[in-house]
Design a protein around this ligand. Structure first.
Ligand code: ZN
Length: 149
């Protein structure tokens, strides 16, 4: 199977079988972000588990890219500490800036490597980034961002 169609399959699988979709009880912070050019919406909610790991859930609607991105993100950052979440988000942002030339680190990005092809299409980049921006906002509101040093 070609890598590109494999990546397409990963995105469609997350779209059809979303991970982490739902409402988080006792959320410490939430953020609702909209991508008007495509009509995507996502609400991300966060709180901390007993070990200080991030718990995250989302609700959303929109195109397959935006919703699959939310699902992949939730799977990746669930249970991670704030510094790790930042590192993963930076890696994803770098991938989205790569214009399709990125060589993503699967150890860091997991299924998010499938979005490398999306970075060739500026209009779709916004779709892919939507949940990640909402996550950052939700974390800020909850006061669970990594210390910036
Ligand atoms: Zn979209």
């Amino acid at each position: 199977m070609q890598l590109e169609s494999l990546y397409q399959e990963i995105i469609l699988d997350h779209y059809r079988n979303p991970r982490g979709s739902g409402v988080l009880e006792n959320a410490l912070g939430e953020a609702h972000h909209v991508n008007p050019t495509c009509g995507d919406e996502v609400t991300v909610r966060v709180c901390l588990d007993a070990d200080g790991g991030l718990q995250v859930a989302y609700e959303g609607q929109g195109c397959s890219i935006s919703q699959a991105s939310a699902s992949v993100m939730t799977e990746l950052v669930g249970g991670a500490d704030a510094a790790t979440v930042d590192r993963i988000r930076e890696a994803f942002l770098a991938l989205m800036r790569s214009k399709g030339e990125g060589e993503p680190d699967e150890d860091v990005l997991g299924d998010a490597v499938a979005f490398v092809g999306v970075s060739k299409y500026p209009a779709r980049i916004k779709c892919a980034l939507l949940p990640w921006m909402a996550l950052q906002d939700a974390q800020n509101r909850a006061g669970i961002s990594a210390a910036s040093d």
